[in-house]
Design a binder for this molecule. Structure first.
Ligand code: HEM
Length: 403
C-alpha cells in the first residue's frame, strides 16, 4: 500500500485500498464484501485511500456515519471542485439543486411509468424467448432491459446505436474517478464523448420535432423562471443515462446472483408474488450497484473521531452501510421479512435516486417474468466476476435458466 500522506488534521489515517480488497471479488473468488467492510470498520470506520501522487479521499463505512454525510449537504457538498463538466442535479448543491430536482421528478411520472410497464413486459418476454433459443445470454438480457427502457423514454427508434454505446461504457469502468489531475479528467471527458454526442443528437432531433417524452419535457423545462439552457438540458439528459443504465443493469444481474445463492427464493416469489417488492429492496441493499459516490468537505469536520480537512473528498460507502451489522441482522442474507428497510442503496436525502420508480419497475417486471416462466436457475460452474470498486455489478453470470 502506498504511504499515506501526512494530513495535519488526521488523528488515525488508516488506509484503505479498494484495489487490493476488491481484487478477489473482481476475480470471482468467494470473497465477500460483507466481511471486507466489517474488517475495515474494525480497523477504522473512516479510512484514507491514497493515490501514489498524494491525491486521495476518505471512505466512510458505518451506516450511521454514511447517513450523517448524506443528510448534511451543507458540510458535505456534491459539487465537484475542479471538473469543468457538472452533472445536473447530482453535482449541484442547495439551493440550486431543488429547482432541477423538481423538474426531474415531473419526468418520471406515474402515467409514463404505466405506459412503460406494458412495453417493458413485452420486451422482457421477447428477450426471454431469445435466451431460451440460445440467441442471447443473461449478461446481454440484463443490459438490454435498461437500454430498452431508456430508449423508450427518449423516443429513440433505433436502440442499436445506444446499445453499442452502453456496452462500450460498461467496458470502461474507471477506478480513477476520484482523481482530478488533468490527465484523469481528460480521460473521463474522452470516455464520455460518445454519450455526449448521443445526447447532443437527441436534443437536436427533439428541438426539431418535440414528442411526448422526457427529452422534450426537459427542453420545455423552466428553471428560476427562465427556459432551461441547452447546456443544462444536455447535462440532465447525460446524467439520466449515466445514473440509470449501469446501475439498473447491475441490479438485474444482482437479482440473478441472489436467486443463484438462495435457490429457494425463486419458488418463494412464485408462490408469493406480493414479496417481490421486498425482494427488490433486499437485492438493491445486498448488491448495492453503486458502492460509493463522492462528497467534498466544505469545512473542517470530524467523523467517528477522524478529522477531515476542508476541501477533502469523502466517499460515503452505501455498500458498506447496507451490510452494517449495527443496523442489519444477518447482513449478508436476503431477508424478505426485514423491517424497517433502512438501506441506502438508492442513496438518501436530497440526492436520493430520482430514478427509483423506474429502477423498481424494471426489476419487478424482470422478477415477475422470471418467476412466471422459469422453473429454476442453475449455476453452470465458473466464477461470478464483478466490476471494480466502487461498482459491484456482475461481469460474468455463469448460469442457465430451466423452463
Ligand atoms: C437499481 C438501480 C439504481 C441504483 C442502485 C441507483 C442508485 C443511486 C444512488 C446511490 C444515488 C445517490 C447519489 C448521491 O448520493 O450522490 C442516485 C441518484 C440518482 N439516480 Fe439513481 N440508481 C438507480 C437507477 C436509476 C435510474 C433508472 C435513473 C433514471 C433513469 C436514476 C437517476 C438518478 C438521478 C438523476 C440521481 C441524482 C439525483 C439527485 O442528485 O437529486 N437512477 N442513484
Amino acid at each position: 500500500m502506498p504511504e499515506i500522506p501526512r494530513n495535519p488534521n488526521s488523528i488515525h489515517p488508516v488506509g484503505w485500498s479498494p484495489e487490493t480488497q476488491w481484487a478477489g471479488i473482481e476475480a470471482g473468488e468467494k470473497l465477500d464484501f460483507v466481511a471486507i467492510y466489517q474488517e475495515q470498520r474494525e480497523r477504522a470506520p473512516v479510512a484514507w485511500r491514497s493515490f501514489e501522487d498524494g491525491q486521495g479521499f476518505w471512505c466512510v463505512f458505518n451506516h450511521a456515519d454514511v447517513v450523517r454525510v448524506l443528510d448534511d449537504p451543507a458540510t458535505f457538498s456534491s459539487a465537484k471542485p475542479k471538473y469543468g463538466l457538472t452533472l445536473i442535479p447530482i453535482e449541484v448543491d442547495p439551493p440550486d439543486h431543488r429547482k432541477y430536482r423538481q423538474l426531474l421528478s415531473q419526468l418520471i411520472n406515474t402515467v409514463r411509468l404505466k405506459r412503460l410497464e406494458d412495453d417493458i413486459r413485452s420486451f422482457v418476454r421477447a428477450e426471454l424467448r431469445q435466451l431460451k433459443d440460445g440467441q442471447i445470454d443473461l449478461l446481454t438480457l440484463t443490459a438490454a432491459i435498461p437500454v430498452h427502457s431508456f430508449c423508450q423514454m427518449v423516443s429513440d427508434p433505433n436502440p442499436e446505436g445506444f446499445r453499442t454505446l452502453h456496452f462500450a461504457r460498461e467496458a470502461t469502468n474507471d477506478p480513477r474517478l476520484a482523481r482530478f489531475d488533468e490527465a484523469s479528467v481528460a480521460k473521463r471527458v474522452a470516455a464520455n464523448q460518445p454519450l455526449a454526442d448521443y445526447c447532443t443528437r437527441m436534443i437536436a432531433e427533439h428541438r426539431a420535432a418535440p414528442r411526448d417524452d422526457i427529452v422534450s419535457d426537459i427542453l420545455a423545462g423552466v428553471v428560476d423562471g427562465r427556459p432551461i439552457s441547452g447546456q443544462e438540458a444536455h447535462s440532465m439528459l447525460s446524467l439520466l443515462y449515466i445514473a440509470g443504465s449501469r446501475t439498473t443493469t447491475a441490479a438485474l444481474r444482482g437479482a440473478v446472483v441472489q436467486l443463484l445463492r438462495a435457490p429457494h427464493l425463486l419458488g418463494r416469489l412464485r408462490a408469493e408474488p406480493s414479496l417481490i417488492p421486498a425482494a427488490i429492496e433486499e437485492i438493491v441493499r445486498l448488491e448495492s450497484p453503486v458502492h460509493a459516490l463522492p462528497r467534498y468537505a466544505t469545512t473542517d469536520v470530524e467523523i467517528a473521531g477522524q478529522k477531515i480537512a476542508k476541501g477533502e473528498q469523502v466517499f460515503p460507502n452505501y455498500g458498506a452501510a447496507n451490510v452494517d451489522p449495527a443496523v442489519f441482522q444477518n447482513p449478508g442474507e436476503i431477508d424478505l421479512e426485514r423491517k424497517p428497510v433502512r438501506h441506502v442503496g438508492f442513496g438518501r436525502g436530497i440526492h436520493m435516486c430520482a430514478g427509483v420508480p423506474l429502477a423498481r419497475l424494471q426489476m419487478r417486471v424482470f422478477l415477475e417474468e422470471l418467476t412466471t416462466n422459469v422453473s429454476s436457475i442453475v449455476r453452470t460452474g465458473e466464477p461470478i466476476t464483478r466490476m471494480t470498486w466502487p461498482h459491484y455489478g456482475a461481469t460474468a453470470l455463469p448460469a442457465r435458466l430451466e423452463w
